[in-house]
Design a protein around this ligand. Sequence first.
Ligand SMILES: NC(=O)c1ccc[n+]([C@@H]2O[C@H](COP(=O)([O-])OP(=O)(O)OC[C@H]3O[C@@H](n4cnc5c(N)ncnc54)[C@H](OP(=O)(O)O)[C@@H]3O)[C@@H](O)[C@H]2O)c1
Length: 329
Amino acid sequence: MSTFKAVFAEQIEGKPKISIQQIDRASLPAGEVLVRVHYSDLNYKDGLAVTGRPGVIRKYPMVPGVDLAGVVEESSSPDWKPGDEVVVTGFGLSETAWGGYAELARMKADWLVRLPKGITLKQSMAIGTAGFTAMQCVVALERHGLVVDSGEVLVTGAAGGVGSIAVAILAKLGYRVAASTGRPELGDYLRSLGASEIVDRNTLSAPSKRPMESERWAGAVDSVGGDTLATVIRALVVNGSVAACGIAGGAALNTTVYPFILRGVNLLGINSVYVSRSARLLIWERLSRDLPLSLLDSMTQEAPLEAVLDLGEKILAGAVRGRTVIQIS
Ligand SMILES: NC(=O)c1ccc[n+]([C@@H]2O[C@H](COP(=O)([O-])OP(=O)(O)OC[C@H]3O[C@@H](n4cnc5c(N)ncnc54)[C@H](OP(=O)(O)O)[C@@H]3O)[C@@H](O)[C@H]2O)c1
């Protein structure tokens, strides 16, 4: 096969143009390992990239798709051989390196992770960057002292990808989870993942000049940012922590230093792209142990590559529930 199917982002007269095309195999970037991609997925960042919004793609032409799972086809690295099942998340895929919305991908050998035991290629993409980030948040909270007895943990943007997986992991670990959502009709869905309380996101998103609120949450996973994150910081218990990973509700953060100096709360920044190999393997190991696969399957839908451009608009509008796996080949 001399060509392969891909979502292709070009810049024409200064404007991004994204379409599905047959690409010449000779155009693939250099790299030690060629992977036949079986699945990719849909993250908020993919929504930005495939709709031509700024902030993700940093060089053109680009194949978007921040994640991929597939089978090694060729390798010049001693670490990988044809037939190995692999997963790649982050490392600038869809930003500076061609990503997962393509039947073939070539990349550096050390970006690949062996498919964790007990999960399928499809399930690895149901997890994807969203699940990887959710687990990074949980690990960061634990490292800052969160234990089940600390109290209730809040998840914002709970019906989204990061949120749904964070709810499922925290509930499995025994935490009492409050799930904040703007979609009250998804209350039963969130309870099925393990949430014990549903919080209307409007109660968290109003700007406020108050330095602090009553102590409410021992920890939080925040995928919303903006005034929601500011509210969470004001309402953490003494020495509580929030893992901040998202901007679905805004990027500006208006807060005072009072919660930090009077309650000792911690604001933990989470980045899923550039993560050391040892930390990456630890996160995947925790995911295979602490994320119930039945819940993962229940929050996942599958779509063909052709649907990705429409789904991009949908995820930016906050209208996608849980996780979406994209079938590639
Ligand atoms: N730091 C990192 O490395 C990293 C990695 C992955 C993701 N992220 C970020 O994390 C966020 C979530 O990603 P995702 O893939 O899970 O996206 P997603 O599936 O679209 O989830 C985002 C959720 O946020 C809520 N939301 C959407 N618009 C909102 C608004 N205007 N105000 C308040 N809440 C809103 C919605 O939840 P409800 O309907 O339940 O309210 C939505 O489902 C994104 O900002 C993404 O960029 C960062």
